[in-house]
Write a new protein. Structure first.
Ligand code: ATP
Length: 423
């Protein structure tokens, strides 16, 4: 199975999904860049999330808060004192690990047998510091450790500037930063990553009902984008592993090559945040502090797991069976032969029109088989080929990525055909 991670890593680089950050200078641990295909995949995930969590709902509005906030936010939120992981160091090789990641500890002990000796665990704060201003001493600030606080500190602004009433939610997508002790598994544990979160404010007595509701909604959303059913599960957090703000927490986990791994958390944060920030809400029966049900997903972890789940090797080809909504390119257009000007100009015309509405690739290199092979690896669901018959009757062949079957359709029907398949 570790082999699969190597294959995904190599495909991600070869095809332009994920590159090491600052690679020409030797990289920097825990930071990644998304290439031409990766940026499209990530953008599609975020767009689908926003559509389902904000656009299609009447009870959720969005915000986009700043990454650097007044440091008092992080004191009030408990992050300065509590946002820690337990760090242990192997006294023999000085490698550092998270004491709560039992599988990694065990793996290290097994490969280094009886020699292993650990330091006592010490708390390690994950907040990343930055320094602000031009004159010394500069002000110490933090790069946000979660995007969450940006929703809470805008609670009053949102209530007074919109017509939302409890129960309602504030949604946000954005970057977060953590001084992770053990970045690894490609983008899975990074030091800079993107989150997509909903903070949903409810009456305290309705918190359990909404927790259940959001758990189901979030699982349905992942399944609707193609995850295999048995590759996802919920896992309830034990009291000892719950974050400092959580009353109850469950993770959505994916059966990754490196074991079941969290990529979204559903948390009942109670009134922890609003009361720490001294915020209240005026309901019809008087003032109260709403409770918060949070859904906190990682864009990078989702992108990685969508890639892994979509990866198939069959009949001598590698194919990414990404859901068409997530696929970087929706279609590719080819002239059957690269040395026939008539075919090229007809194909270019079709390409120019299609790409106004669909992200479309163009390829005239090599033979048609090689082009299919390249688009399969990129996850492109439909390949459109312009051949000699096209010049006579204005029809093209459309080849389906998953079945490899081809059908002939009219050029004028291509947009409607793709629209139907993509929705
Ligand atoms: P872990 O136990 O794996 O460190 P966490 O429980 O601290 O994760 P949360 O604080 O609940 O994670 O963050 C919510 C989501 O943000 C996670 O489910 C994940 O998708 C994403 N996330 C958190 N930390 C990272 C990271 N270091 N790299 C990439 N994504 C992350």
């Amino acid at each position: 199975m570790a082999d699969l991670m190597d294959k995904i890593t190599s495909l991600a680089k070869r095809r332009g999904f994920i590159f090491q950050s600052s690679e020409i200078y030797g990289g920097i641990q825990g930071f990644w860049d998304y290439g031409p295909l990766g940026v499209e995949l990530k953008r599609n995930i975020k767009n689908e999330w926003w559509k389902s969590m904000v656009q299609n709902r009447t009870d959720v509005v969005g915000v986009d808060a700043s990454i650097i906030m007044n440091p008092k936010v992080w004191e009030a939120s408990g992050h300065v004192s509590e946002f820690t992981d337990p760090l242990v160091e192997c006294k023999v090789c000085h490698q550092r690990f998270r004491a709560d990641k039992k599988a990694e500890i065990k793996a290290h002990e097994e490969t280094h047998d009886e020699k292993v000796e650990w330091t006592n665990p010490r708390k390690f704060n994950l907040l990343m510091e930055a320094f602000l201003g031009v004159t010394e001493p500069k002000d110490k600030v933090y790069l946000r450790g979660e995007i969450t606080q940006g929703a809470f500190v805008n609670f009053e602004n949102v209530v007074s500037s919109t017509r939302v009433k409890v129960p309602f939610g504030i949604a946000q997508i954005g970057k977060a930063f953590r001084n992770e002790i053990t970045p690894g598994n490609l983008t899975y544990r990074s030091r800079e990553f993107e989150q997509m979160e909903l903070e949903f404010f409810v009456e305290p007595k309705e918190a359990d009902k909404w927790f259940k509701y959001w758990k189901e909604e979030r699982l349905k959303w992942y399944e609707s984008l193609g995850f295999k059913k048995d590759s996802l599960r919920f896992r309830v957090h034990e009291a000892s592993e719950r974050a400092h703000y959580a009353k109850h927490a469950e993770d959505i986990e994916y059966n990754a090559p490196f074991g079941w791994s969290e990529f979204e958390g559903i948390h009942n944060r109670g009134d922890f945040d609003l009361s720490n920030h001294k915020l209240k809400y005026m309901g019809e029966e008087g003032e109260f502090i709403p409770w918060v049900i949070e859904t906190s997903g990682g864009v990078d972890r989702s992108a990685l797991f969508f890639l892994i789940d979509a990866y198939h090797e069959e009949k001598g080809r590698v194919v990414l069976k990404l859901h068409p909504k997530l696929a970087p390119y929706k279609a590719a257009v080819f002239p059957l032969l690269a040395n026939k000007p008539d075919l090229i100009s007809k194909a270019k015309k079709i390409y120019d029109e299609l790409k106004m509405d669909f992200n479309t690739a163009w390829d005239e290199r090599g033979n048609i088989g090689k082009r299919y092979f390249a688009q399969d690896e990129a996850g492109t669901p439909y390949c459109v080929t312009v051949d000699f018959q096209t010049l006579e009757d204005d029809t093209v062949t459309v080849r389906d990525r998953d079945t490899t079957k081809q059908e002939r359709i009219k050029v004028s029907e291509l947009p409607a055909y793709l629209n139907l398949k993509l929705h």
